[in-house]
Design a protein around this ligand. Structure first.
Ligand code: PLZ
Length: 450
């Protein structure tokens, strides 16, 4: 065995805590980070990574952490996944960039063909590629406005769509995303989301009432005939893994269809098997007019896509869409490697299995811990919402404290939520069972302690 730790799946799949976390080497680098990088770029856990793969992240001090974050739902196939590494390695030696708009290359077209094939709906589709989720959401809105000749965009409470001017405007939460960054883009309208745990009249009425309110607000305040697009996450990610009550999404999609509104599904966080379907829209048979993807698409290389009905995307004039790096050849090869891996290793089934392990264990933990108000999610996109016991009052300090203690024990977890009171779990889909179980055991112990 090599003495130098290797990245990717050859990395020992074990939790190993050999220093305090963060250890001395990480602390030294973090001090340099504080001096060189503005504080606006926050840090969830200040350990500096040297290797990662399978279900672990290894830091500069030799600690091996169980990864329940996947770099925010990105490394679903694992870090340094073999098929990704192999393709990218070959590509980086062949050529690194030409700009697809200047002189094209085949891998971009292959990614487009593949996305046209695997996204929901069997209508004629087109795909174009960008660098980030935010850039792709912006482009989807540009296309919808162009195709409809309308301007208004409808978004939802708890929604997150990015940090650029338009996507920040589409995002619901002020702190930290919007605070003092205005003025925001015009013609953005926000309507209620069917949030079962917090719906005033209870979860049973949530879908119907929320949809009725949303549609009423659109009709009254905007006018359906002025709406270019509705943009929605099939499960709100940053907002706290809120799965809209069943029936809500189909009702909104139906309203869009009846009124010539482009239904845009933001599957940046939910896409590529994360929720136990290739795309989360499949759960309720939703066929979006445009689907936006990023994150899990390319194993961490920057890539995002807009895939939609040919008759919508084909309306934009020649040269109206693009960007220097969009669909970079390294990122396209990575995406092809990801798609091969998902198929070969049945990662969609694997995500479902992760949910089947996590949900019952978390529900059992919640029964003994009144600080857990809700356990929810699908596949490998699972969360617990923390509340002041006996109430529904959000408890962000409990979420922060649990996360801090998990980190100290070598379990990397992320927080989320409009109220900052959600712990979210996004393991790589290739995480071995023993690490998943060990992570849950640590979580159980820490929750019992607080
Ligand atoms: N749409 C649904 O989840 C990115 C944000 C991390 P980019 N979510 C992680 C942070 O704090 O900046 C996201 C998303 C959904 C769009 C985006 C934006 O994707 O690739 O970060 O631009």
């Amino acid at each position: 065995m090599s003495t130098v730790p290797q990245g990717g799946p050859s990395l020992p799949q074990e939790r190993r805590v050999v220093t305090e976390i963060p250890g001395p080497k990480s602390r030294e680098m973090f001090a340099r980070k504080q001096a060189a990088v503005p504080p606006g770029i926050g840090t969830t856990l200040p350990v500096f990574v040297t290797h990662a793969g399978g279900g672990v992240v290894v830091d500069a001090d030799g600690n091996s952490l169980i990864d329940f974050g996947s770099g925010i739902a990105v490394t679903s196939v694992g870090n340094a996944a073999p098929r990704v590494v192999e393709r990218v390695r070959k590509q980086v030696a062949d050529f690194t960039h030409t700009c697809f708009m200047v002189t094209p290359y085949e891998s971009y077209v292959q990614v487009a063909e593949k996305l046209n094939e695997i996204t929901p709906g069997d209508h004629a589709k087109r795909t174009f590629l960008l660098n980030s989720g935010a850039e792709a959401v912006e482009n989807a809105v540009k296309v919808a406005r162009h195709a409809t000749g309308r301007q208004a965009v409808v978004v939802f409470d708890h929604g997150y769509h990015g940090r650029t001017l338009l996507t920040m405007s589409l995002t619901a939460k002020n702190m930290p995303y919007k605070h003092r960054f205005g003025p925001f883009a015009p013609e953005v309208y926000r309507v209620p989301l069917a949030y079962p745990f917090r719906w005033p009249t209870g979860p049973e009425n949530c879908a119907e009432e929320a949809a009725a309110q949303a549609i009423d607000q659109i009709n009254k305040q905007v006018g359906a005939e002025n709406v270019a697009a509705v943009v929605i996450e099939p499960i709100a990610g940053e907002g706290g893994f809120i799965e809209p009550a069943k029936g809500f999404l189909p009702r909104i999609a139906e309203f869009c269809k009846a009124n010539g509104i482009v239904f845009i599904a933001d599957e940046v966080q939910t896409g590529f098997s994360r929720t136990g379907h290739l795309f989360a829209c499949e759960e309720e048979g939703i066929v979006p007019d445009i689907i936006v993807t990023a994150k899990g698409i390319a194993g961490g290389l920057p890539l995002a896509a807009v895939t939609g009905r040919a008759e919508i995307l084909d309306k934009v004039h020649v040269g109206g869409l693009g960007g220097t790096y969009g669909g970079n050849p390294l990122a396209c090869e990575a995406a092809l490697g990801v798609l091969e891996t998902i198929e070969a290793e049945d990662l969609t089934g694997r995500a479902r299995r992760i949910g089947e392990v996590m949900l019952p264990r978390l529900r059992a933990i919640a029964e003994k811990a009144p600080v857990i108000g809700d356990v929810r999610g699908r596949g490998a996109m699972i969360a617990i919402e923390l509340v002041v016991p006996g109430t529904k009052e959000p408890h962000p300090t409990a979420a922060g404290e649990i996360a801090r203690r998990c980190h100290a024990e070598g379990l990397l977890v992320l927080t989320a939520g409009t109220y900052g009171n959600v712990l979210r779990f996004l393991p790589p889909l290739v995480m071995p069972d023993h690490l998943l179980e060990e992570g849950l055991t640590i979580l159980e112990k820490i929750i019992a302690e607080i």
